[in-house]
Design a protein around this ligand. Sequence first.
Ligand code: KPL
Length: 295
Amino acid sequence: MNITILGAGAIGSLWACRLANAGHSVSIWSHKPEKSDVSITLDDKNPNRFITNSVLQLKNADVILVTVKAWQVKGSISPLLSHLTQETIIVFMHNGMGVIEELPSTIDKHPVVLATTTHGAFKPDKHNVHHTGLGSTTLGGYNHLGHQCQFLSDVFDHALPSAHWSDSINTALWNKLAISCVINPLTAIHQCLNGDLLQEKYSTNVVQLVGEVSTVMKAENIEVCSEALLNTVHQVISATAKNHSSMQQDIQYKRATEIGYITGYLCKVAQRHRINVPTNQDLYSRIRTIEQSWS
Ligand code: KPL
């Protein structure tokens, strides 16, 4: 397939290399291309060379995989839409929720697929990426056309297992949101590793956060059991114990975080249902205060 990756961060570069190694024709669209191609090496193996920012590749793309940060999605995809044919499948893979609702309605002419992944990736510099944590990827249709793209899970699974299709991607996204609402702001505020959250001093906060998210999920008619969700959160903390979360790194390097689409989204939905989420609200304000202190 002809695949263009929008955003060559850690996750985008990991998928670019794995899809290219699986035999697809992969190009990259980045917001600051330095040359007409870029070489990226995955786990110190053979370097892959990718054409960058080619309108021709975009026009011929069967799939656009959008891996930019949640707050960059709208600005990145909107100017490209006029170059795409209506058959081009757009796959969004970012942290958080509420992004697609902000996009121009013309997006709906395309099959739109949402994806969430628990793979860990680290990009120490622009030519190297490391696959730091084996995870899984869930894909599902967002619109009517997107629901007809089940075959994509085989394409993704072949390139980087495991990947599977879900008929209710919303449930998968909410479960990932719950994990992110706990791990991301706590590790960012305390500037700690994911694994540090297993310490006793964080346990009350973790339980409160999971409890609040479960209440909101129930109000949204998402099937959830708070004990099972707490277990899942603990499992992800353990599985990624040595990793720095994306928000921890964003705060460390003074980059805008995805808090608006993670905890911010949760708080907005909670407000719509008149549910109090004080622990999430507090973490949201603390991250915003840190971000504002930079300017
Ligand atoms: O995806 C993650 C991130 O670093 O953003 C984790 C920590 C697994 C959950 O949000």
